[in-house]
Design a protein around this ligand. Sequence first.
Ligand SMILES: [Zn+2]
Length: 151
Amino acid sequence: MSDALIAEKREDMIAAARAAMDTAYAPYSGFHVGAALLFDDGAIVTGANFENASYGLSLCAETVACASASHSGRRTGLLAVAVLGGMGGAVEAAISPCGRCRQVVNELAALGGTDPLVLCVGADEIVEMRLSVLLPNAFGPKDLSSLRPNV
Ligand SMILES: [Zn+2]
């Protein structure tokens, strides 16, 4: 059922990621990125990169999307993630989430017990893989379950 929803929403996700990319704040790298998260009720939550003059504090599109989802109360049911980007917003090669974003997406996915499909969207190809392939043996909430208070 979730695979059918991903297939049904696939183009919507990509269009949403592309629209999100247009809101990127990337004056330092010039590399604009958009991300779209698909949830099991069909909702799509997006994010774009938000750079910082310190460089190191810049936020990636996937991280912004996850924070936005959490802020709106969506912490379960993450089925898929679409990401795309390029210099000046020109999408060429398929890009995949950076290591930090893989960990951030893993946190959101783990809260709902899902292994989301990640769509890395390029101009001529879409590379798809499960998060568990991008981030094998992930560290997550389960590893701290005996230590953390109720959330
Ligand atoms: Zn990232």
